[in-house]
Design a binder for this molecule. Sequence first.
Ligand code: UDP
Ligand code: UDP
Length: 411
Amino acid sequence: ASPEIPTSGDHTGATRPHVVLLPSAGMGHLVPFGRLAVALSGAHGCDVSVAAVLPTVSSAESNHLDALFAAASPGVRRLDFPLAPFDESEFPNADPFFVRFEAMRRSAPLLGPLLAGAGASALVPKSSVPQALHDPKHLFTQQFVANGRGLVHADGVLVNTFDAFEPEAITALREGKVEPNFPPVFAVGPLLPEKFPPAKEPAGYMRWLDAQPARSVVYVSFGSRKAISPDQLQELAAGLEASGYRFLWVVKTTVVDRDDAAELGVLFGHGFLERVEGRALVTKGWVEQEEILQHGSVGLFISHCGWNSVTEATAFGVPVLAWPRFGDQRVNAAVVARGGLGAWEERWSWDGEEGLVSGEEVAGKIKAVMADETVAKKAAGVRDAVAEATANGGTSYRSLAEFVGRCRDAG
Ligand code: UDP
Ligand code: UDP
């Protein structure tokens, strides 16, 4: 059992230990570990995670793992443990199981994050792990792991969040639950957007916002780089139209905007732009998002949950309807929902097995969130918490002051 892993309570209020089992390669190891898992989770009331070390050496092992998780009680969870990249040609002619022991030994540094992930699994399910990290050979994974190891050598880490918004994550870092030697964490966020003086020549979309009633507009943007598939884009268009609400939509149809040749009309088809004329503005260009989010006519932000967008929404108390597309955005979307900034339907995510989110579903959710006064109230509460954290004497203000103090002392 890992002492770092939090235990959970059952319905009697008693604590259930969480045991993580890491069988090494070979059926002779896997079989008794599976039996131990079943014994612990059954009569002995433990939560059990069994690490499935991947890739398995033999098909007997993969079949056995599949059967174990299919048959075992719900108390036994599968914890995929992809090994670090390993060059087997270093050991020509060696027994594949011995080679595997060596690969596992060298992957030991990955165990910390694996266990942290298992402990926090109610908040960060595997599906929330950035896509690239599922592949240990991926360039991003290699960089991420190397950078992660390097982090412990830093004298401190500044994070763009604030205590009241992400208390569990910040506490876990500070108390060494993520990594025992983690350096001091300075939660200095959110780094506040600039307040804009009224522009002499306001952009067209700002003039359009000026003409809309307070909190009536749904602002839709999926960030600066990641496109949405054409099919999903059409469903989103249908949903925005069917919602009946006003909307300002910043459409990015390819990964970088200079490639952006598709005509909006062609994308949406069937006279969409004509039908929504007057109550909607659709643009492919770059907008000043900070300016938009602080405009009083904006009542909802449909966002991919890039972290900057999330922090900007906190600063102005704009409720977010989360629709993560990529990378860390599912994790961020969960923070949005947990932190009271807005809502997230977990099915609304990057394009996957669950298929498209239909226009009907989009319209229904927009209507529900726009009509829900508590959503707006909670988001306003987050804005107030931001003001408190960043004001002189607030947690983020003090963290930054402490950071500067340490820099002075070091200099
Ligand atoms: N086993 C099996 N079918 C086979 C070979 C092995 O079910 O065709 C199981 C066997 O029941 C035992 C495990 O695999 O649980 C092998 O472990 P053991 O310690 O007996 O031998 P090892 O393979 O480690 O030498
Ligand atoms: N942004 C903007 N106008 C646009 C698109 C994006 O001002 O048309 C800004 C947005 O306010 C945010 C940043 O660009 O500060 C995007 O960062 P984020 O982390 O939200 O998402 P990413 O683009 O990195 O996925």
